[in-house]
Every structure is written in structure tokens, then in C-alpha cells.
Design a protein around this ligand. Structure first.
Ligand SMILES: Cc1cc2nc3c(=O)[nH]c(=O)nc-3n(C[C@H](O)[C@H](O)[C@H](O)COP(=O)(O)O)c2cc1C
Length: 329
């Protein structure tokens, strides 16, 4: 039976599902029980080849959690969030309750509004440097979630080598190719996966960091991409259970902040999807913390097509799940 959803929770869930996820796989579920919302990882939607340990899926759930919290705040509720790395229930990721009142601030509104405007932008960005004054709020957004954002500087050449290496290995991995084909170049109406309309034009020459082949639209005329895209790594201070979800919250606050400041964003996840390059990128940023994802940030000059989502009713599981996991302590 579909649980009854209050308007507030309904709106918060509509916001949650606008979160980004690898290939728009939407690997989340929510259990709603009164004022309590549980965030669950949906194992059936984890990319088994690209993300066998569900790191990226948990990042996505963290992003959905942040959207949920931003929406509740913007509706005047003060959510209390508990990340619950519980070995007995590994797919239950977070509990949110929303009893108290929250005085809605302009920042809450700006972020809540950005939830529905943010899209992964796979088109060329302007080849123009971002002023430091615009980058500081992005780093502050990660800090606000207890994480870090490091703009790739001295590590640039090594990062791009890892991207290329991962792409090479993925190009020769038939299981990876089959998984990618299953989720990309979908029809616009598809409720999940990436539609062809969200793919970028082919580059007119080899750039420093190429978009994935599967996310290029061969029917579009080739375009020039920025030569050295601004890349930023989302890091948590340490790797422990719950770090992926925590990193996802920070990643999403960065993405929403960038959107609210009219910046465009996309992902360069290739090195996180192959064991050897994942180890390489972890080692490269070790002194700064645990790297979770790599973002491309810039000025986009044409809007990306939005991707669809499954309806909220399809991702709300019955509240009995909430009962079986016990009440918050
Ligand atoms: C952890 C993570 C990794 C991603 N990696 C890539 C990537 O490498 N390349 C890419 O073009 N998009 C990547 N995406 C973006 C998703 O494809 C995108 O979020 C999804 O299609 C939904 O579209 P939207 O972000 O426009 O809402 C990633 C998203 C997440 C959350």
C-alpha cells in the first residue's frame, strides 16, 4: 500500500529525486513514517561493473539527502539528520526527522531553487578562468558539510593521465561497455538513464579531459571544448562507514551553490570506476583526505536538456521498513 505523504514530505521527496546519479540510475528509496524519512540504497540500481562497491550510488543517495534537507528547511522545518552506518542494515543510509521550526533564509531559498535548475552540463564551457571570488563559495559549501573541495592544481597532469588510463581500460572492458549501453542514449521520455538530448557534441579536437564517448551525441556538429577545464575534487577528512553519503551531501551543496551562482557543472568520474585508477587518485590526494568524485566547473553557454526521474510513488517503500529498523535513539 502506498503510504500517505504529507504535502511537505511530498515536496521534499520531489526535491530529493532531482539529485544526480551515475547514468541517472536513481539508486535510492525512501521510507516515510510520520515525521521520519529513511534514506535507503536501492541495490538493484547500483551499476555492478562501474560501481561494484556502490560508492557512487551512496554518493548519489547523499546528494538526494541534501536535497531533502534543503527542501524541508525552505518549507520552514528544521531537519535532524542521522547517518546510520549499521552493519546489520547496510543499505539504510540516513534517518531524517523534521520536528522543529526553521527560520527560512535567503540562502535556503537560493539552494532550494537551484535543485530544479541544476543539470549535468555536457557541452563546452567558455574558455575563461573562474575568478577566485566565485570559487571561494564552492569551497565554503563543502566545508559547511564537514568536507573539502580542492581545485585541482599541481596534480592536474596526473589527474588527466588517470582519466585517460581509466577510459582506455573501460574501452576494452566489454562488461563495462554493455552496462553503459544499457543506460545511455535513451529516449527523452525514459524515466531513468541518460537521454541522447543530454549528451554533448563531439569535440573538434582532443581536449585535455574528454567527455565519455557514450555521452557524446554523434549527430551534433563537433565543438571546441575548453582546453583546461576547472576540476575540483570532493574529499572527506577520512574514509569510514558513512563517508560516501557524507561526501554526497557535500558534493550536492557544491553543485547547488555553483548553480545558484550561474555556474555550470558536470562530472569526470572515470578514474573512480576502475580499481587501479581509483587507487591512483586516492593516493594522489591522500594528504588532503579521501577523494570521492571529480567535478568540472565553468560557464556553460547553452542549457542542457533535463533528464527524467521515476515518479516519487515508485521510490517510496512501505513504512514497515521503518518499524523493523527501530526508532531513533
Ligand atoms: C557519482 C556520480 C558520477 C557521475 N559521473 C558522470 C560522468 O562521469 N560523466 C557524466 O557525463 N555524467 C556523470 N554523472 C552525471 C549523471 O549522468 C547525471 O547526474 C544523471 O544523468 C542525471 O542528470 P542530471 O544530473 O542532469 O540531473 C555522474 C553523477 C554522479 C552522481
Amino acid at each position: 500500500m502506498t503510504p500517505h505523504l504529507s504535502t511537505v514530505v511530498d515536496q521534499a521527496l520531489e526535491a530529493a529525486i532531482r539529485a544526480p546519479s551515475p547514468h541517472n540510475s536513481q539508486p535510492w528509496r525512501f521510507a516515510v513514517d510520520g515525521d521520519r524519512i529513511e534514506v535507503w540504497l536501492d541495490r538493484d540500481r547500483v551499476l555492478t561493473v562501474a560501481d561494484p562497491e556502490a560508492h557512487q550510488a551512496r554518493l548519489s543517495c547523499g546528494a538526494a539527502l541534501l536535497n531533502l534537507v534543503v527542501s524541508l528547511r525552505c518549507q520552514g522545518f528544521e531537519p535532524e539528520v542521522r547517518l546510520v552506518p549499521d552493519p546489520a542494515e547496510p543499505d539504510l543510509l540516513a534517518l531524517v526527522t523534521h520536528d522543529g521550526n526553521h527560520h527560512v533564509l535567503a540562502q535556503d531559498r537560493a539552494l532550494a531553487e537551484a535543485i530544479f535548475r541544476r543539470h549535468t552540463h555536457r557541452r563546452p564551457f567558455l574558455d575563461r578562468q573562474m575568478p577566485p571570488g566565485l570559487l571561494a563559495p564552492l569551497a565554503a559549501a563543502a566545508n559547511q558539510e564537514g568536507a573539502r573541495l580542492r581545485f585541482v592544481g599541481t596534480e592536474y597532469a596526473r589527474v588527466t593521465t588517470l582519466v585517460r588510463r581509466a577510459e582506455f581500460l573501460q574501452a576494452h572492458n566489454t562488461a563495462f561497455q554493455a552496462e553503459t549501453a544499457q543506460w545511455t542514449r535513451r529516449q527523452a521520455a525514459s524515466p531513468d538513464g541518460v537521454p541522447l538530448g543530454a549528451a554533448g557534441p563531439p569535440p573538434d579536437h582532443d581536449g585535455a579531459v574528454a567527455l565519455r564517448e557514450s555521452l557524446l551525441n554523434p549527430d551534433l556538429p563537433p565543438r571546441t571544448y575548453e582546453q583546461q577545464p576547472l576540476l575540483a575534487v570532493v574529499l572527506t577528512p577520512e574514509a569510514r562507514p558513512g563517508s560516501d553519503v557524507h561526501a554526497g551531501q557535500a558534493m550536492q551543496r557544491v553543485l547547488l551553490t555553483a548553480t545558484s551562482l550561474t555556474m555550470a557543472t558536470s562530472f569526470v568520474s572515470q578514474p573512480f570506476e576502475v580499481a587501479s585508477t581509483r587507487a591512483g587518485i586516492t593516493e594522489l590526494f591522500r594528504e588532503h583526505g579521501r577523494p570521492h568524485t571529480l567535478l568540472r566547473i565553468g560557464y556553460g553557454y547553452s542549457a542542457a536538456s533535463p533528464t527524467s526521474r521515476r515518479p516519487v510513488g515508485d521510490i517510496v517503500v512501505p513504512a514497515k521498513k521503518a518499524e523493523s529498523t527501530g526508532r531513533s535513539s
